[in-house]
Design a protein around this ligand. Structure first.
Ligand code: NAD
Ligand code: UGA
Length: 467
């Protein structure tokens, strides 16, 4: 196959949207069509007003503004885009299975399989199919098996090209990646397919950052890279609990650990726990794969990363309940932040949801403010838990328009997301509008503890001894 002229990406989500926008921006001679079965999502990508794109990512509006309508298109015509493309990225969701074999652990591959079947049914010319979704090692074999049964008998190559972007920094991560990983077959056809994808990335990524491997190494590297990152967060969070009972300060300890050049300073920020759509599901998937190969010790090792994360969220909620004398019933707790991290409107697996659930079990009232998360999304997240009726969620949880509104008359404030704007709030004003004693639980170690204590707050921060 020669140079790629037409790309199709199935899945216009947090990965498909930004990734294809950057490819289109950097490769103006390639036509990039992003398709999705969710028509509302496609309509949102096509909106005139770029501030209304379906996902919020710093810098994304500018990239879309440059490429959309030139060589970047968002469409609901999936079959047409498959027919036209030389290369098809599969960038659909792969959440944890909620039913049947592997329930609660394995990745649900039904959307990936649906894509492979649709490509097999529709394609009438050779295609390179690229796994962009995060997939269990050896999924490429299943995709190949399906494609080989294509009625048109055209040839397919399957590559693995996992995505390493983090939300909130997606555009920067795509423009300047630490590495691009491409796995393919080791025969001449496989190598030619790898080369076709390498040439796309070479438009802006230096060659030494483009790693090529066999398919299985690439699939497994993605799962295990996420496991390593999450393991650092759980490691520092486990130390934070020890700090709280010994008088050590987690930020001092993290700095002392991270200045060892063999360890490095990143991903050592203690928090209420990691969230996001991937860390937990990818580790659970890794654990499931290990168990399926009877590697029980390896499985147990990684599973502990997820257990510590759940423990960290639970103990944060318990601390709030305990500090309010175990009588949270009817008291208002302000939540600053609902997104799983700053600079995104994504709330999947956000620790805020779990902390809210524990407090609502105690019949607390919540007042939530997040600068980028829409009110409907907050209620949808709570309804999804199925622990309370939708009416109860509406009655117990108010969504505020500002941090000041959320905190007014509250007994406690909990910082759940590290949005920068919380640092520049008028905390004296907030203090004077709250019930006394005014408690503050900093789940991100975002705020200046001493300054808040001077105002009069009783501050509980992660990994710091409590008053
Ligand atoms: P997402 O849910 O935001 O987007 C997936 C999209 O695929 C949805 O819009 C859905 O409607 C669409 N879709 C599903 N099946 C389809 C089909 N058969 N035909 C057409 N459209 C279909 O998910 P995401 O966050 O973009 O994640 C996608 C994959 O990338 C996952 O495997 C994830 O693990 C991986 N990943 C995500 C991130 C991240 O930061 N979110 C980073 C790296 C990798
Ligand atoms: C993560 C990885 O960083 C990406 O490389 C990967 O591509 C992606 O998962 C994926 O596969 O989906 P993401 O989940 O978007 O990206 O965001 P991170 O910056 O990794 O943060 C994840 C969670 O860990 C957040 O809740 C964050 O607040 C938390 N975190 C992170 C900490 O609590 N402490 C830290 O030091 C770092």
């Amino acid at each position: 196959m020669g140079r790629i002229k037409n790309i199709c990406c199935i899945g216009a989500g947090y990965v498909g949207g930004p990734t294809m926008s950057v490819i289109a921006q950097k490769c103006p001679n390639i036509r990039v069509v992003v398709v999705d079965s969710n028509e509302a999502r496609i309509a949102a990508w096509n909106q005139e007003d770029l501030s209304q794109l379906p996902i919020y990512e710093p810098g994304l509006e500018q990239v879309v503004a440059e490429a959309r309508g030139r060589n970047l298109f968002f469409s609901k015509e999936v079959n047409q885009a498959i027919l036209d493309a030389d290369m098809i990225f599969i960038s659909v969701n792969t959440p944890t299975k909620t039913y049947g074999e592997g329930k609660g652990m394995a990745a649900d591959l039904k959307w990936v399989e649906a894509c492979a079947r649709q490509i097999a049914d529709v394609a009438t010319s050779p295609k390179i199919v690229v796994e962009k979704s995060t997939l269990p090692v050896r999924t490429a074999q299943a995709i190949k098996d399906i494609l080989q049964n294509s009625p048109s008998k055209v040839s397919f190559q399957v590559l693995s090209n996992p995505e390493f972007l983090a939300e909130g920094t997606a555009v920067q991560d795509l423009l300047n990646p630490d590495r691009v990983l491409i796995g393919g077959d080791q025969d001449p056809e496989g190598q030619a397919a790898i080369q076709a994808l390498v040439e796309i990335y070479q438009a802006w990524v230096p060659m030494e950052k483009i790693l090529t491997t066999n398919v299985w190494s690439s699939e497994l590297s993605k799962l295990t890279a996420n496991a390593f990152l999450a393991q650092r967060v759980s490691s520092i969070n486990s130390v934070s609990e020890l700090c709280e009972v010994t008088g050590a300060d987690i930020e001092e300890v993290a700095k002392a650990i991270g200045t060892d050049s063999r360890i490095g300073p990143k991903f050592l920020k203690a928090s209420v726990g990691f969230g996001g759509s991937c860390f937990q599901k990818d580790i659970l998937n890794l654990v499931y794969i290990c168990r399926s190969f009877q590697l029980h010790e390896v499985a147990d090792y990684w599973e502990q990363v997820v257990k510590i994360n759940a423990h960290q969220r639970e103990r944060f909620a318990k601390k709030i309940i305990k500090s309010l004398y175990y009588t949270v019933n009817g008291k208002t707790i302000a939540f600053l932040g609902w997104a799983f991290k700053k600079d995104t409107n994504d709330t999947r697996e956000s620790p805020a949801i779990y902390v809210a659930d524990a407090l609502l079990d105690e019949r607390a009232l919540l007042a939530v403010y997040d600068p980028k998360v829409a009110e409907e999304k907050i209620y949808r997240d709570l309804d999804f838990l199925e622990n309370r009726s939708s009416e109860d969620n509406k009655r117990l949880v108010q969504v505020a328009e500002s941090a000041y509104e959320a905190c007014k008359d509250a007994s406690a404030v909990a910082v759940l997301t590290e949005w920068e704007e919380f640092n520049s709030l008028d905390w004296e004003r907030i203090y004077s509008s709250m019930q006394k004693p005014a408690l503050l639980f900093d789940g991100r170690n975002l705020l200046n503890k001493q300054a808040l204590e001077k105002i009069g707050f009783i501050v509980h921060a992660i990994g710091k001894s409590s008053p």
